[in-house]
Ligand binder design. Structure first.
Ligand SMILES: Cc1cc2nc3c(=O)[nH]c(=O)nc-3n(C[C@H](O)[C@H](O)[C@H](O)COP(=O)(O)O)c2cc1C
Length: 396
């Protein structure tokens, strides 16, 4: 895979917001808004980010630290820093390199990548693109037959674990998408596309790459028995028919012997249920504010889940992470590691592989600097003593 020819000047890209700005410039509004937007009033989308500023650091002075070791273990895999790449559907629309670029950049950075079911590149190729652990995120779209096929392929390809997303009983109402004609652009008739085409034509760089890549890709990893890969434009409908229940989890456990992660929980009760069902980890997540609006921001939900699982399984979190200091705050509140979604997707949309690599470089530098400034002798000893949490964040 050729790396993007675009280069990112360090004077232009200092933080994740800079990558967001570049992605906004390169992508058509419909694609950028799909990535950037959230559900309904976008209250949870905003709160996910804002909640990090409610937690304040309590640094220690005069602490020397030699090497800053950011390595940790997640699901039995060593990763070079406490963050991994979350599943991001339609990545191939953001850049033709899509999931291959994200997996490769994660591997080069020594960390893990979670491949979404809604992916345009074959899972075998994605696994081969990465030097690091790769996990498969399963939606039951296409029914159990399609899921069985994907799990069998993922097992053979050497995927390290399975992530089951449980917060999508239907697709959230992301209001930017219908306004931008996302459905019409993805699969509508040429006539239905017409009102939305001017914005696409105004982004020739993206359009050229998209057309050269063959247009809207099929879902390479949702192979309908007897029919072949599912069309992408069926996704909203398919998602509504692909709810994963606790009963499905039992069935999945029979097919998949490796670690299973339950993603999309916000309460202690659900986390305890995941423990009882044999999950190896949970991800405290509200889908980046894209599903039910007005739920708790994830950082605020984290302490309740950490207390509920009581060290029995690993707790990960995602939502709103845009800086390394956000990662450190989540670790202080008990997360083993975090997942990032938009932070790397902005990089992908801005410049493909180069952009994802840049996002990871920025966050790694941030995490190390924050731990040193905090006067913490080692990442492994980060805890509640290093932060001040608002009094009303008590555990229920
Ligand atoms: C564009 C986009 C697509 C996503 N697609 C999926 C998906 O296919 N499966 C899934 O489990 N989560 C999906 N998510 C949610 C992410 O895995 C993650 O929970 C979320 O992005 C975290 O919030 P953040 O973007 O603020 O980091 C998606 C998120 C975004 C932004």
């Amino acid at each position: 895979m050729a790396a993007s020819s675009r280069t990112l000047k360090s004077s232009q890209v200092v933080n994740i917001s800079d990558l967001r700005r570049l992605a906004q410039a390169r992508l058509p509004k419909s694609v950028f808004d799909y990535m950037d937007g959230g559900a309904e009033a976008e209250a949870t989308l905003r709160e996910n980010c804002r909640a990090f500023s409610d937690v304040l650091f309590r640094p220690r002075g005069a602490v020397a630290m030699g090497q800053c070791d950011l390595r940790t273990r997640v699901l039995g895999q060593e990763i070079s820093m406490p963050l991994m790449l979350a599943p991001v559907g339609y990545s191939r629309l953001m850049h033709p390199e899509g999931e291959l670029a994200a997996a490769r950049a994660a591997g080069e950075a020594g960390t893990g990548y979670i491949l979404s079911t809604i992916s345009g590149h074959r899972l075998e190729d994605v696994k081969a693109a990465s030097k690091g652990p790769v996990f498969y995120q399963l939606y039951l779209m296409g029914g159990r037959g399609a899921a069985e096929g994907a799990l069998d392929r993922a097992k053979r390809a050497g995927f390290s674990g399975l992530v089951i997303t449980v917060d999508t009983p239907v697709a959230g109402m992301r209001e930017r998408d219908p306004r931008n004609g996302m459905k019409e652009l993805m699969g509508g008739s040429p006539f239905a596309k017409l009102p939305f085409l001017s914005d696409i034509l105004a982004h020739p760089g993206w359009l050229f790459g998209f057309l050269r890549d063959g247009g809207v890709p099929k879902l390479a990893n949702v192979v309908l028995p007897g029919k072949g890969p599912m069309e992408m434009n069926d996704v909203a409908v398919a998602l509504a028919e692909s709810t994963v229940t606790w009963a499905d989890l039992k069935w999945i456990r029979e097919l998949w012997t490796g670690p299973i992660v339950v993603k999309g929980l916000l309460t202690g009760d659900d986390a305890r249920r995941a423990v009882d069902e044999g999950a190896a980890a949970v991800v405290v997540s509200n889908h980046g504010g894209r599903q039910l609006d007005s739920v708790f921001p994830t950082l605020r939900a984290l302490p309740e889940v950490v207390a509920a699982v009581n060290g029995q399984i690993e707790v990960l979190m995602d939502g709103g992470v845009r800086r390394g200091s956000d990662v450190v705050k989540a670790l202080c509140l008990g997360a083993r590691a975090v997942l990032i979604g938009r932070a790397y997707a902005f990089g992908l949309g801005a410049a493909g592989y180069v952009g994802v690599a840049k996002a990871l470089e920025i966050l790694r530098g941030d995490i190390e600097r924050t731990i040193r400034l905090l006067g913490c002798p080692a990442m492994s000893v980060l805890n509640r003593q290093y932060v001040e949490v608002p009094a009303n964040w008590q555990v229920h």
